[in-house]
Design a protein around this ligand. Structure first.
Ligand SMILES: NC(=O)c1ccc[n+]([C@@H]2O[C@H](COP(=O)([O-])OP(=O)(O)OC[C@H]3O[C@@H](n4cnc5c(N)ncnc54)[C@H](O)[C@@H]3O)[C@@H](O)[C@H]2O)c1
Length: 334
């Protein structure tokens, strides 16, 4: 059993408590600053230990790893504090809200050989994994374009959005840092890192906040030294359908991942129908349990990180460049 400290017992922290417990490979403790929430979550999951602060937790017990589930502006300072105690790190997305301290943290965890990963959970989706493997193997030839369209009604899924980090850019809020970052990280994982971008984003509909809830992004991805992939992404947080589709157009065929149908498809003959390649039944917690197991495997030195800090830093640069481009109205190098 690995001793896991979940820091922040809010929406995603509670899910990590539940999903790490579901692996039956983790003895989970909670660190939550809010007394009422700490008590509620501690009782709900019958936790043996819960703590008010990281200092208190580290003074009381030793942990194999921590899962950082606080708002994004706290991720880097908390990660430094935990790394100093040799704790492994699973850090929620986005890695941070600026690049400050990120290189130092990456050097620190490399120097101390601390297992660390960033919780871009889409990387656990078996349909996305399978589609990515086929693209990487070259079954459809070289990728040339990636297109994402999607959205969901954020107030329906997260009624408290006005009161949480989401309402403020400096805490990791807004559509670019909160939702689009998942989408871009998945795309970078398939077709390579974004090298330059131009973004348009605005607040259209969500009541009680003024951060952007609608984003359009155009990208170039470095596929190789000679070739690049063109990308376009359109995302909103107010449409009724909860849909997310990534399409990767390759030289000899097009592939598509439909998150909302848990499947991937291909189409290789002009004018022909899509062929469903693989479809999965995925329960709501399943990707998070897979993520927990992948991280526990990493702690057991069986695997590398599902998303390294360096990869998450690249996606952080995309977030920051997109926010800059919205202001400047210009292409930005990432
Ligand atoms: N991977 C996903 O699908 C996913 C989903 C939601 C949120 N997130 C990310 O997870 C992070 C947290 O999001 P959330 O929705 O759970 O937010 P939340 O506001 O529901 O929870 C954050 C919790 O952290 C606690 N906290 C703040 N400072 C603390 C401290 N110093 N010590 C201990 N606890 C402290 C707060 O009291 C709160 O309960 C964000 O970075 C967010 O982007 C990821």
């Amino acid at each position: 059993m690995k001793r896991i400290l979940v820091i922040g017992g809010g929406s995603i922290g509670e899910r990590h408590v539940r999903c790490f417990q579901a692996t039956q490979r983790a003895d989970v403790s909670l660190c939550e600053i809010n007394d009422d929430l700490r008590t509620v979550v501690g009782e709900r999951y019958e936790l043996k230990r819960s703590h008010r602060s990281i200092e208190e937790a580290l003074a009381d017990s030793a942990f194999d790893a921590a899962v950082i589930c606080t708002p994004a502006h706290l991720h880097i300072p908390m990660a430094y504090q935990l790394a100093a105690h040799g704790c492994g790190l699973l850090i929620e997305k986005p890695l941070s809200i600026s690049q400050d301290g990120t290189d130092g943290l990456i050097a620190e965890i490399a120097g101390r050989q601390i297992p660390a990963s960033v919780a871009y959970v889409l990387r656990q989706h078996p349909a996305l994994q399978a589609m990515r493997a086929c693209v990487a193997e070259g079954r459809f030839g070289r990728p040339v374009e990636v297109v994402y369209t999607g959205g969901q009604h954020f107030p329906f899924y997260r009624p408290a959005y006005r009161e949480i980090y989401y309402a403020r850019h400096e805490m990791g809020g807004g559509a670019i840092q909160d939702a689009l970052t998942h989408v871009v990280n998945a795309a970078e994982w398939i077709v390579g890192p974004v090298t330059k971008l131009v973004a348009d984003a605005t607040h259209q509909l969500l009541e009680g906040v003024d951060v952007e809830d609608t984003v359009h992004l155009m990208t170039h991805h470095a596929a190789s030294t000679e070739a690049f992939v063109m990308g376009s992404f359109s995302l909103n947080q107010h449409q009724a359908p909860n849909e997310s589709t990534w399409t990767v157009i390759c030289e000899n065929g097009t592939v598509r991942f439909e998150f909302h149908h848990n499947r991937w498809l291909s189409c290789t003959q002009p004018g022909s129908d899509w062929v469903v390649e693989e479809s999965f039944q995925i329960e709501r917690d399943e990707l998070f349990v897979r993520q927990a197991n992948a991280f526990l495997d990493q702690l057991d030195e069986k695997t590398g990180p599902a998303c390294s800090l360096a990869e998450a830093k690249q996606t952080l640069r995309v977030n920051l460049s997109a926010l800059k481009s919205v202001q400047s109205g210009a292409w930005e190098n990432v």
